[in-house]
Design a protein around this ligand. Structure first.
Ligand code: PLP
Length: 450
């Protein structure tokens, strides 16, 4: 076996470097100011778990473009599939004509979806589009209007999806009124009691609800893993009232948790599955898979010009092959190693680190405050590790599923150093983050999004 030296992050400049600072200034002039930039990282190119910025600094990427680059940056199999397909056909709308690769991808999505029996798939371009499709289908099929979603949930930013989202109030600010008929309850067993006791009893009868939409593990809300009985009880509640269960696996799916779908950790079958992000390694795909008897709408009910773009679908097919041929298993193994490596932080910094949680490579570390999480995130960045906040006070780790044992160990070491630094320089670190904000290098308002 060839022995390779352990790769570590390489910093050639102070951060942000001169090219990054220049780009950030130009970006501020031209870009929509609606984005929340976590810290001044300016990506140029990537390879596997490594990301190189415009100044040539190399970082270990534990964000994967918000849990998207499942097979790593520019996996050769994915790149080859994209190149082959691009040379053959770039676009031909599957909404109006037949497209072989669309039928193939829909069959593959149906094969891997976590429901028994016959299934059908609709393919769009993003997570939010998958959510919209699921919402529309649920209303169409049940002829009911109302929907239940969970506090802390993130389902996207289009009008329907943002109405289901309840992770941060700022996503709703000045956009109201939201879609009517959406009821939010706490995530977890407490929420189930609220559905039965408060909503169905006092507000709206159960037989007027089309669907419950749930992230089996909440993503943007803070990588929150529910109690073990939550999803089985939710399934039972839906069955009892003829309500469809929609699993939003946009962030938790595509092998990230060590199973193809997070909901499979609890042996629960949804009626409708939503996927996007990691399922096509970074090419824009969002898909909704439903049991065939649920997908009861007719021609014209739904469609998309670009949805099921052949190049993106070539990436999806290559991604599914890679996931099934080792990456899902790797996610489980590496995820356990990383969590085991991070857990000592709880004992070492009991006032600061409140929880280490997750499944597979969907790992959250909760701190005593958002300011601490922000400071740790900055310290990790300074040391060459990219991580991303989630929820009010968490940092999420969502590395590519190709992450190796030595890359996992390097990330744990850097993160541990970052936490130790913040623990000993608490006030100063939080001040430093404020100064970066004042310099316009980080968007005001804590938090990444998505
Ligand atoms: N659903 C979940 C669970 C998500 O995490 C996201 C994005 O982060 C979305 C939906 C929306 O996906 P997109 O940003 O592709 O529209």
């Amino acid at each position: 076996m060839v022995k390779t030296a352990r790769r570590t992050p390489q910093m050639k400049t102070a951060l942000p470097g001169p090219k990054a600072a220049d780009l950030i200034a130009r970006d501020a002039k031209a870009m929509s100011p609606s984005f929340t930039r976590a810290y001044p990282f300016v990506m140029e190119r990537g390879e596997g778990c490594w990301a190189t910025d415009v100044d040539g600094n190399t970082f270990l990427d534990f964000t994967a473009g918000i849990a998207v680059n499942s097979t790593g940056h520019s996996h050769p199999d994915v790149v080859a599939a994209i190149q082959r397909q691009a040379a053959e056909l770039l676009h031909f709308s599957a909404s109006d004509f037949y497209l072989p690769i669309y039928a193939q991808a829909a069959a593959e999505l149906s094969r891997i979806a976590p429901m028994s029996g016959a299934k059908k798939a609709f393919i769009g371009n993003s997570g939010a589009e998958a959510v919209e499709a699921g919402l529309k289908l649920a209303r169409y099929h049940t002829r009911r209007q109302n929907v239940i979603a969970f506090l802390g949930a993130f389902h996207g930013r289009t009008m329907g999806a943002v109405s289901l989202t309840a992770s941060k109030a700022k996503y709703h600010a000045h956009f109201g009124p939201m879609l009517p008929g959406v009821y939010h309850v706490p995530f977890g067993s407490e929420g189930l009691d609220e559905i039965e006791q408060r909503i169905f009893k006092r507000l709206m009868p159960a037989d007027e609800f089309a669907a419950v939409i749930v992230e089996p593990i909440q993503g943007e809300g803070g990588y929150v893993v529910p109690e073990d009985d939550f999803l089985p009880r939710l399934r039972e509640l839906c069955d009892r009232h003829g309500i469809l269960l929609i699993a939003d696996e946009v962030q938790s799916g595509a092998g990230r948790t060590g199973k193809m779908w997070a909901i499979q950790h609890w042996d629960v079958e949804p009626d409708i599955l939503l996927t996007a992000k990691g399922i096509a390694s970074g090419m824009p795909i969002g898909a909704m898979v439903a049991k065939s008897d649920v997908m009861s709408w007719g021609p014209g009910a739904h469609g998309s010009t670009y949805g099921g773009n052949p190049v993106a679908l070539a990436a999806l097919l290559a991604t599914i092959r890679l996931l099934e041929n080792g990456l899902i298993a790797n996610a489980g193994i590496r995820g356990r190693e990383i969590q085991d490596g991070l857990r000592p932080l709880l004992g070492r910094h009991p006032g600061l680190v409140k929880d280490v949680r997750g499944k597979g490579l969907m790992i959250g570390v909760q701190f005593d405050s958002g300011a601490t999480a922000d400071a740790v995130q900055m310290q990790a960045f300074e040391r060459g590790l990219l991580v991303l906040e989630a929820g009010d006070d968490c940092i999420r780790m969502s590395p590519p599923l190709v992450v190796s044992q030595s890359e996992a160990a390097t990330a744990v070491r850097i993160f541990t150093e970052a936490v130790a630094h913040v623990a000993t320089h608490r006030g100063q670190d939080i001040d430093a983050v404020d100064q970066e904000r004042e310099a316009g290098l980080i968007a005001e308002g804590f938090g990444a999004s998505g």
